[in-house]
Design a protein around this ligand. Structure first.
Ligand code: SF4
Length: 352
């Protein structure tokens, strides 16, 4: 253990008492449930965005049972705007496990928490330290960056070797006392001072920082190695029913991209469009309009969506399996989760 491992907590706590964020919505009444929801939201989303959606979500689902009992569609709808919907599906599933197996109380044992869907090592550590005052290290994106710089750890933190080194530093830096404050402090410090563009000139840890001393701050932590991202294309069919301003949506399978969300029906290419309309809707389109391509990036690939707006002779067949198909009324939108590009396309339909 270096001197900095022992000194980091008191130095950060001194900084946090003056500059830390202490008025975030989930810091009021940091119950295990509230902390858990906030940590899941914060996994891939910045604090200001989470702060905009958190209270609305908590008002809809004030406790584990309310969340577990709610239909998944309603949960996905309340998650709209936060993206990465797998988190919402896992949270909902985990809430049902907590309701059924732990009488609605979030467990306070590390291994049990880690067994719940959506809770990894760092999230379990954050929940246990913030809500239960137990000594567990965390290593979210901000903390990885801070520790990589303070200890000048080279390499990409996503690699097993580098992650192992950073966890070792995180473990050694976590104090026995005031662990909740320390956890909050190191997260805040990474978000505001030792950010992607670090403010080394005003940093209270500058004289202890190995990357600063070695003049490697710009290179640490190393970015994810570049890969050629594949590009895929798809056609989305925008069937618009003009008489009641509704568009046809299809529920995506539970697994895979946009799992469980509602999306426009997809076709591999335009050639099958007429057959699809005949088969699904009982008539051939009277018009087809190719709209501007919409691009969307996923973690592992980019997707180009070619939307085609079709009009069908009235009346459009209305009887379809309600579990899978939805006529989404633009003037009275149903409370369901929509894939992000679908949300954008619906806006453009509403404007036209
Ligand atoms: Fe981060 Fe710069 Fe402070 Fe080092 S000196 S901890 S790089 S802000």
């Amino acid at each position: 253990m270096t001197g900095l491992h022992e000194r980091l907590a008191p130095l950060l706590l001194d900084w946090w008492k003056v500059h830390g964020r202490r008025d975030l919505p989930w810091q009021k009444d940091p119950s295990p449930y509230r902390v858990w929801v906030s940590e899941i939201m914060l996994q891939q989303t910045q604090v200001p965005t989470v702060a905009r959606y958190y209270d609305r979500f908590m008002a809809a689902f004030p406790n584990v049972t309310a969340l577990a009992d709610a239909p998944l569609d309603q949960v996905l709808h309340q998650w709209s705007g936060l993206g990465y919907y797998a988190r919402a599906r896992n949270l909902h599933c985990a809430a049902q496990i907590v309701r059924d197996e732990y009488r609605g109380e979030l467990p306070s044992q590390f291994d049990v928490l880690m067994s719940l869907p959506g809770i990894g090592r760092s999230t379990a550590g954050a929940i246990l330290s913030l809500a239960f005052a137990q000594r567990w290290p965390i290593l979210d994106g901000n903390v990885k960056r801070v520790l990589a710089r303070l200890f000048n750890v080279s390499g990409w933190p996503g690699s097993t070797k580098v992650a192992k080194q950073l966890w070792a530093h995180a473990e050694q830096c976590t104090p026995d006392r005031q662990v909740a404050w320390y956890t909050q402090a190191i997260m805040d410090f990474g978000a505001t001072v030792c950010a992607r563009s670090p403010d080394c000139g005003h940093c209270p840890l500058q004289m202890h920082c190995e990357a600063f001393r070695a003049d490697t701050v710009a290179e640490v932590p190393a970015p994810r190695p570049r890969r050629n991202r594949p590009r895929r294309t798809t056609v989305m069919v925008l069937v618009v029913r003009d008489d009641d301003h509704a568009v046809l949506l299809e529920r995506r399978p539970a697994e895979g991209i946009w799992g469980g969300l509602w999306s426009f029906p997809e076709l591999p290419d335009r050639a099958g469009l007429v057959d699809w309309c005949l088969q699904k809707l009982g008539s051939v389109p009277c018009s087809e309009q190719v709209c501007d391509t919409v691009s969307h990036s996923f973690t592992h690939f980019d997707l180009d969506i070619q939307p085609i707006r079709v009009s069908l002779p009235l009346p459009v067949l209305r009887v379809m399996e309600p579990e899978r198909w939805l006529w989404y009324k633009l003037r009275q939108p149903a409370e369901v989760g929509l894939a992000a590009p679908v949300d954008r396309l619906i806006e453009t339909i509403g404007e036209s």
